[in-house]
Design a protein around this ligand. Structure first.
Ligand code: FAD
Length: 324
């Protein structure tokens, strides 16, 4: 009754998405009467005992460490397929993200398993996992159960919260895996940041998002100043990304990123369903819009009806004054 979770690390740190998946795996394993273990793959010196064992703080009881190329899907598929074959895990869980999707899909094909993608929540029912997946442009949610083993669950990016559940350290187990011939054909040539992706909006606790109501690319300066005062980052709608006002890396929504910050401040954003699906899990949603009937007010915790050009500078000054 155990769950195997993939954890991605880079430069000596696990990302928030992976820590969320480990936390969720531990919570669910507890509910179905099992344990959660994590798989970590890499070749660098940063993959220390200490780093691997730190996943115990998020509820992993064991961490399988394999020395194989990191950042590529197929070597991880080889590792996870072996760990599952040797230890009989009932479920494999991924936090989503590009690599999570690719590894999850590869593992599904390799094992002939059942898979659910874009999962937003998982529940335990009668000792089994049931994945919840939005369908029809997120207008309905279906429950997906699994027949046979293992069941593969691939979450939406940041769908699961990273929760430190204690001081625990995980047992670190080294796994020796013979990689498939095809798994070594791709090599990592270079890692680089996507243009405009200098801020990691998925990990930011505060996002100031701008939409077409900003009026122009220059309008983003207002969002940038407020984000800086709040210690957050700037995000955007597809309308402004398509217009070339802001980089795609910051786009939130169905065809962009899914985020769940503590505060999502939406300025000049109408609240279209395709935008909503990327930010609706935010803890607090504050919207500034001059149209009192804008759909975003239907799912905001706080709505301010007015001209953002007047409100944002005053808000920025107020935040600075408060902090000062
Ligand atoms: P608008 O809808 O034009 O809204 C602008 C808002 O600003 C209005 O509500 C207006 O009242 C307000 N405003 C104007 N001036 C001011 C002012 N001075 N002060 C205050 N408020 C003001 N969208 C996404 O965001 N992300 C996606 O990933 C995405 N994927 C899509 C996928 C598909 C298949 C499709 C069909 C669409 C997708 N869209 C996506 C587009 C989406 O449908 C909307 O068109 C888009 O989100 C609208 O962006 P917006 O809110 O910036 O602009």
């Amino acid at each position: 009754m155990s769950i195997l979770v993939y954890a991605l690390h880079y430069q000596g740190e696990f990302n928030k998405n992976s820590l969320g998946a480990v936390s969720e795996g531990a919570k669910l394993a507890n509910e179905i009467g099992g344990e959660a273990a994590a798989v970590v793959v890499g070749e660098g010196d940063d993959l220390t005992d200490e780093l691997c064992a730190s996943l115990g703080r998020y509820g992993a009881s064991k961490v399988y460490r394999a020395r194989a190329p990191e950042g590529l899907a197929q070597p991880v598929v080889d590792v996870m397929a072996k760990v599952i074959a040797d230890n009989g895990y009932k479920y494999a869980l991924f936090g989503g993200g590009l690599l999570g999707f690719e590894i999850g899909a590869g593992l599904t094909a390799r094992l002939g398993a059942g898979v659910t993608m874009e999962v937003t929540a998982v529940k335990a029912q009668d000792g089994k996992l049931v994945a919840e997946r939005p369908i029809l442009q997120d207008s309905a949610i279906v429950d997906v159960g699994y027949v046979g083993e293992p069941g593969i669950v691939i979450g939406r990016l940041n769908a699961f919260d990273a929760v430190e559940s204690g001081e625990g350290t995980a047992e670190v187990v080294d796994v020796d895996v013979q990689l498939e011939e095809h798994s070594t054909r791709a090599t990592m040539v270079q890692r680089g940041e996507q243009r405009g992706a200098d801020v990691n909006i998925e990990d930011a606790e505060i996002l100031v998002a701008g939409g077409r109501g900003l009026g122009s690319a220059e309008g983003f300066e207002l969002c940038a100043q407020l984000a800086e005062a709040l210690g957050g980052a700037v995000a955007a709608t597809r309308a402004v990304v398509d217009a070339g006002w802001y980089p795609y890396a910051a786009q939130i929504g169905q065809t962009g990123k899914t985020v769940a910050p503590k505060l999502y401040l939406a300025a000049g954003i109408s609240g279209a369903i395709q935008h909503k699906v990327g930010m609706q899990s935010s803890e607090n949603i504050v919207a500034i819009n001059k149209d009192p009937n804008a759909p975003i007010f239907e799912f905001s915790d706080l709505g301010v009806v007015g001209d953002l050009n007047k409100i944002i500078p005053k808000l920025t000054d107020a935040v600075k004054a408060k902090k000062g």
